[in-house]
Write a protein that binds this ligand. Structure first.
Ligand SMILES: CCCCCCCCCCCCCC(=O)CC(=O)SCCNC(=O)CCNC(=O)[C@H](O)C(C)(C)COP(=O)(O)OP(=O)(O)OC[C@H]1O[C@@H](n2cnc3c(N)ncnc32)[C@H](O)[C@@H]1OP(=O)(O)O
Ligand code: NAI
Length: 412
């Protein structure tokens, strides 16, 4: 469905056909969309554009549309099937886009008869509030397709950034090690509340656990299952807390196994008065889970400082940002900063993770990453990236000169 996306389109005057697979869910979503549009219209002193919306259970109703934004579960097999069906149902000039959080956009394009008309349109939760749109340019996306999607983003009032196609694109590729680092801190003795408070004091609109509860914990769980990190495909010979030769923290999987998916189920890292509520309250059962977990693995809980929380989480973000620049998935460091400012509530006065790293001093960021990597040699995301090292060697030039240290030509 993509309720927030439907709202973002209708309120700028674009007609929407919203598709669901289940009748009951269709009714629930319809009511939520109407409520959101009415609140928005009241705030702006206009009438709600309800006449622009049509709700359906039939894919056939999409046969004459100009553009599709697919937003089904993060399940590659399901998305492949949907793209094949859309290619059969929609007219030959219909653009097909996906709101996937990180799956291969080119593989989805390959399921259609028009790979040049396929691109990623990655919105951020809550989609009717967050300004960012990541426009994912696959190797076969045409320039016209990307220009059309960018112009649609502009009409929707979004800040759009073109990114390359790789697992997680820019935003979520950086989010993955950030989430992992936060989970390691839980293992070592911190609580979700302490980590969130440290990140919110740093200036994030939401700490990592409140943000995860907002987005839904099941999305990342599906991704980890598909990557063989958890679930039935896991190699039983893995040493404890290790997967694929690296440190791995299974606590987020254990939380999902209890049906705790975040706000939508009324509990996740926090508890909520009812499903859909947004006020996060500390949950004793999560504290108990953490204590039982530490006992089970013989981990002596230690006092984690707020300084360590911020350094390990934020420098990890920047370190992956440097790798993204080297891989040409983002065209420039400023694009990465825009993504974090408008998509993830990064404190605007700090300028984004890359600008922040430059203000802290690249030498200091390198030194800190080396320190944490030495202490955790089985955590590859803490290993300082080659680009960071190179920039330090050449005297830490300002952000707008970083590109000169990257040799490859980019298609972005
Ligand atoms: C290498 C492989 C990688 C693979 C990928 C790895 C994947 C990992 C899993 C990732 C999961 C997928 C997620 C994804 O793809 C990307 C994301 O979307 S991550 C989430 C990003 N979002 C944020 O970080 C939000 C940060 N928070 C904020 O910016 C603000 O706190 C917020 C805007 C939410 C609220 O601000 P505030 O000033 O408090 O606003 P208001 O109270 O006025 O509310 C405005 C509006 O927002 C609604 N709202 C507020 N709080 C919440 C909430 N907690 N939950 C839901 N909605 C909320 C509120 O109801 C208002 O709505 P109206 O309809 O306008 O009244
Ligand atoms: N949750 C988030 O914060 C964000 C999610 N996304 C992406 O959006 C997509 C959906 O995200 P979720 O959080 O899982 O959403 P969700 O679980 O809230 O919604 C998925 C919807 O897809 C519907 N659906 C399933 N199969 C369908 C089908 N065959 N036809 C029509 N509808 C079908 C389900 O009924 C459900 O309403 C995923 O690709 C996710 O990665 C992207 C950005 C942010």
């Amino acid at each position: 469905m993509g309720r927030g996306i439907a709202v973002s389109l209708a309120r700028v005057g674009i007609s929407v056909i919203a598709l669901e697979s289940d009748k009951k869910l269709l009714e629930v979503s319809k009511q939520m969309i109407i409520n959101m549009l009415e609140r928005d219209a009241k705030r702006r002193g206009v009438s709600a554009p309800l006449d622009l919306l049509k709700f359906t259970l039939s894919l056939q109703d999409l046969k004459d549309v100009d553009l599709v934004i697919e937003a089904v579960f993060e399940d590659m097999a399901l998305k492949r099937q949907i793209f094949q069906d859309l290619s059969n149902v929609c007219g030959p000039t219909t653009l097909l886009s996906t709101n996937t959080s990180g799956l291969d956009v080119d593989a989805l394009a390959g399921m259609t008869d028009r790979p040049h008309l396929v691109a990623g349109m990655h919105f951020f939760s809550p989609a009717h509030v967050m300004k960012l749109l990541e426009v994912v340019c696959g190797p076969r996306s045409s320039s016209e397709t990307i220009a059309t999607v960018m112009s649609l983003g502009k009409r929707m009032g979004k800040v759009s950034v073109v990114v390359g196609n790789c697992p997680g694109f820019v935003g979520n590729r950086m989010l993955k090690p950030y989430l992992e680092e936060a989970a390691f801190l839980l293992e070592e003795g911190a609580t979700p509340e302490q980590i969130d408070k440290a990140l919110e004091d740093f200036g994030f609109a939401m700490g990592v656990f409140r943000m995860s509860d907002l987005a839904g914990l099941d999305v990342g769980w599906r991704v980890r299952k598909e990557s063989g990190l958890t679930g039935v495909d896991v190699d039983q010979n893995n040493p404890p807390r290790q997967r694929q030769g690296r440190r791995y923290c299974p606590i987020p999987d254990m939380v999902c196994e209890q049906g705790r998916y975040g706000q939508k189920t009324g509990c996740g890292w926090y508890k909520y008065d009812k499903p859909g509520d947004t006020k996060a309250k500390p949950d004793l059962s999560i504290h108990n889970l953490l204590e039982t977990y530490r006992r089970r693995y013989g981990i002596t809980s230690r006092k984690v400082t707020n300084e360590e929380i911020v350094e390990r989480c934020v420098f990890t973000l920047a370190n992956e940002g440097f790798r993204i620049l080297e891989d040409r998935i983002a065209a420039r460091p400023e694009d990465i900063d825009v993504i974090y400012l408008f998509g993830y509530g990064f404190p605007s006065y700090r300028g984004g993770p890359m600008f922040y790293a430059s203000t802290v001093g690249l030498e200091r960021v390198l030194e800190k990453l080396e320190h944490y990597y030495n202490a955790n040699p089985d955590v590859p995301h803490l290993e300082p990236s080659p680009l960071l090292k190179k920039l330090v060697v050449c005297g830490s030039p300002p952000l707008n000169k970083w590109r000169e240290q990257i040799n490859l030509h980019s298609h972005l």
